[in-house]
Every structure is written in C-alpha cells, then in structure tokens.
Design a binder for this molecule. Structure first.
Ligand code: FAD
Length: 414
C-alpha cells in the first residue's frame, strides 16, 4: 500500500476545509486535502453572513471569490403577513463587514477549491477517508479513490471538515444528539423568470408561514433563486407524505401570500431535496492530533445562516492553532478552540430557540422599532457573536426573552 507523509491532512474541500488549508499553505505548511466527491457538487448553505468575509480575506481567498460577481447581500428581510422587518448590515452595532454574498454553493465551492489548488495545495478529489488511527498526535488515515485504490496518509495533525460526512465523529464515536428540537427542510433552485427589477428581485427574504415554519428565498446573480421550506420534522413529513418533494414544495410556496405569484408556477431546476433532522452535535470538538470544524462538528439551523460562518470561523481557528502546535507551542485546545467556538454556538443557539418560540419574532416585528436593539441584533445576525460589548451577545440567554415578555405584557394592556 502506498504511503504519503504530510504535516496536516484536511478532510473535505468545503468552505471550512478550504479556509484551513489555504491559511496553512500560506504559512508554508505541507497540507493535503482529500475530498470524497468531484466538484462542482450540490450542497445547501447559500445565504452567507458578513463574518465569513473576515475569514475569506485572511485566508487569501477573497479576491478569487470577489471576481465571480455573486449577488451582494447587504442585509436580510423577514416577512410575516403584511409585517416587514429589514436588517441592514451597515447599520449594526460594532465593527465588521457590512455585506456578503448569496451564492449557488456548487459554483462558490468550486472557486474556493480551485483557488486552494492554485496556491499549491495538494487537493485530491474523489478520494474518501475510510479509516483512521492515532498514535499520540500522529495519525494514519486510510483513503480510497474512485478506482478503489487504497493508500495511507501519515499526518501530524488532522482537521476534519467533512461536513455531513462527519468522518471523525463516526469513526471515533463522537456523535451527540442536538439540543434543538428536530427540524427538516425541502429546497430546490428555480429559474426566476418573474423576478422584479431592482432590489425587490434580488433581496434575500424569509417568509414566516407559521411561527415554526418559514420559506427562504435566496436570489442568485445567475438569474436563478433558491427556495426552501423549513419546519418541525412532523410538519415537513406531513407536507411530503406522498414522497413527492416537488409537490410538497409547490404546496409550501402556495402558503406564501407574498411569493406565490412569483414562484407559483416556475420550473424547478432539480428535484427538491429533503433534508431531514438536520441539526447535529458532537461530544467534543478536538482530541489528540485532531480538530473538528464546520458541519463535521455542530450544525444548528438555517434560520440565521450561521452554518457557513461557523464553518469558516472554526476552520480558520483550527488552522491557526495547528500551525502554532506544529511550531512547537503547547496549545490549550479546550480554552483556545472549544470554549471560544462554543461561546458563539451558544449565542446562536439562543437566537434559534427564541426564533422558534416566537419571542424573537415579537422583537423583529415590534413597532415602533427600537434602533438600539435593532443594531445590536443586526450585529448578531451578521455573525459578530463574540463581541461582548454587545448586550445582545453578552446576556443573550435573558435579553430576548425578557424584552419579548415586556412587549407581550404591554400589548395586553388596555
Ligand atoms: P461542507 O460544505 O458540507 O463540505 C464538506 C465536504 O466534505 C464535502 O464536499 C464532502 O463531500 C466532503 N466529505 C464528506 N465525507 C468525506 C469523506 N469520508 N472523505 C473525504 N471528504 C468527505 N449555512 C449558511 O451559512 N447559510 C445558509 O443559508 C444555510 N442553509 C442551510 C439549509 C439547510 C436546510 C441546512 C441543512 C444547512 C444549511 N446551512 C446554511 C449550513 C451549511 O450547509 C453548512 O454549515 C456548510 O456547508 C458547512 O460547510 P463545511 O465546509 O463544514 O461542510
């Protein structure tokens, strides 16, 4: 069996793995990426939030992405019947990017991977990790390519960025059920032939059908739009009980008064995908000689588009710490990696939970708007969830609930 020796092996060439490997290569580390599929491949996660831009910039991947002309995302709109809540990232609390992109991920991820290859990273497509053994921090990973050829990759550190492949969580028994209640989604892309001119046509929107059920509309610069329905798993199962996901998504679109005219009869570009019980978690984010990043670790919910931001945040941080470790420093992975990442995960977990209780929706649609509250929540939605100067970060676990209770009590007053 052939053998290869590298400093760092990255499993998966999604955004998390590309950010890690690019950063490591820029710092002269011998890094290899193995990717199970051939790109372009279909993957969900099309609405980015501004925090990702910091990572793409730091990893040296921004210029290649910027050339592509992806649709700019300047904020996000939430709809509930006649009510509208519009967040503008330029009007947020604190520092940070005030725009990002909404992207067809097949194209986006291909550009990322190509740029990583252009930097000289050895990225092997159609090569799947099938096993791993650790000897202290050193590891031997077994991979199999599309021709069935098997080889060993010896690495001083492994970054698992395998997304829902969840390679190390499966191989090392690290899977843990999510604390969030089970939700599912059905989505596709459409040819957006009824798209309005100007901002209305390109604005990313989330239309609330019921408190726990919402439709996403993510227009792309290529003229197509992503549409998805999200809800409790029971609800989505019922919607799709015939097994026909196209019929289920058509039914969902018909429930949106706002969008039924635009999308009621448009062509679906592929058979809608059903993503069942998508939330996932792990027992730990690191171990001797490895770190889990992106969806290979924790995924919460699509409602605030936090998935890609955690994927790039954790990919970047794992790469930085691995570099320091390879340079001989002793790294406290618990404090510097796990505690840091989980702080942000916990903030977003509160927002996701309070979205589905309806409390956050009370705040979003309350009139008149409180500009200070809105700026602070906007910073969270932009992904700046480590800025403890923001009260809606620092006391996330009580701020939303208390304010929503106050609004509800005020509403009941005669
Ligand atoms: P991925 O992008 O999934 O990449 C992982 C790669 O690893 C894949 O290319 C895979 O082929 C490869 N791989 C898997 N197994 C192996 C193996 N054995 N060997 C080698 N390679 C392997 N996030 C957002 O930010 N915005 C959104 O709007 C959004 N919407 C979502 C909607 C739904 C319904 C769901 C479920 C998720 C959504 N997400 C969203 C989350 C988003 O999809 C992920 O957070 C993001 O793709 C994670 O990136 P990643 O790099 O960790 O993994």
């Amino acid at each position: 069996m052939s053998k290869e020796f590298v400093d760092v092996l990255v499993i998966g060439a999604g955004p998390s793995g590309c950010v890690s490997s690019s950063y490591l290569k820029n710092n002269n580390i011998n890094v290899k990426v193995v990717e199970k599929t051939r790109f372009p491949r279909l993957v969900v996660g099309e609405s980015l939030i501004p925090r990702v831009m910091d990572h793409f910039e730091e990893a040296g991947l921004f210029p290649a992405l910027d050339k592509m002309g992806f649709e700019k995302k300047l904020g996000a709109r939430f709809l509930r019947g006649e009510e509208v809540c519009l967040f503008d990232f330029s009007n947020k609390f604190g520092e940070g990017w005030d725009w990002t992109w909404q992207v067809p991920r097949a194209d986006f991820d291909q550009v990322l991977a190509q740029e990583v290859i252009n930097k000289g990273v050895d990225l092997e497509f159609e090569t799947e990790v099938t096993g791993i053994e650790f000897h202290g921090t050193d590891s031997v990973t077994t991979v199999k390519n599309k021709n069935g050829e098997i080889k060993e990759i010896h690495a001083k550190f492994v970054i698992d960025s395998s997304g829902y492949g969840r390679v190390l969580p499966r191989l090392l028994d690290l899977e843990k059920p999510s604390k969030l209640s089970p939700h599912s989604a059905i989505f596709t892309h459409v040819k957006d032939i009824n798209r309005e001119e100007g901002t209305e046509g390109t604005l990313i929107s989330f239309d609330i059908i019921e408190t726990e059920v919402w439709l996403w509309v993510i227009p792309f610069s290529n003229g197509n739009t992503s549409i998805g329905i999200v809800g409790p798993t029971d609800y989505i199962d019922k919607l799709s009980e015939s097994g026909d996901t196209a019929e289920a998504l058509r039914k969902a679109i018909s429930l949106s008064d706002y969008y039924v005219k635009r999308f009621g009869d448009v062509e679906f570009l592929f058979e809608p995908k059903h993503l069942k019980d998508y939330s996932c978690s792990v027992k730990k984010l690191f171990g001797d000689g490895f770190a889990l990043t992106g969806n290979a670790s924790e995924f919460l919910d699509p409602v605030f588009s936090s998935g890609m931001a955690f994927a790039t945040e954790s990919g970047m941080l794992a790469a930085k710490l691995a570099l320091r470790q390879l340079n001989g420093e002793k790294i406290d992975w618990q404090k510097e990696y796990s505690d840091y990442i989980l702080y942000g995960v916990n903030v977003f977990t509160t927002y996701v939970k309070e979205w589905y209780t309806g409390n956050l929706q009370e705040l979003f649609f309350h009139q008149p708007e409180n500009p200070d509250v809105k700026r602070k929540i906007c910073a969270v939605l932009a992904g700046y969830v480590w800025n403890k100067k923001n009260t809606f970060v620092r006391i996330h676990d009580t701020a939303i609930k208390n304010l929503a209770e106050f609004i509800k009590t005020e509403k009941q007053k005669p």
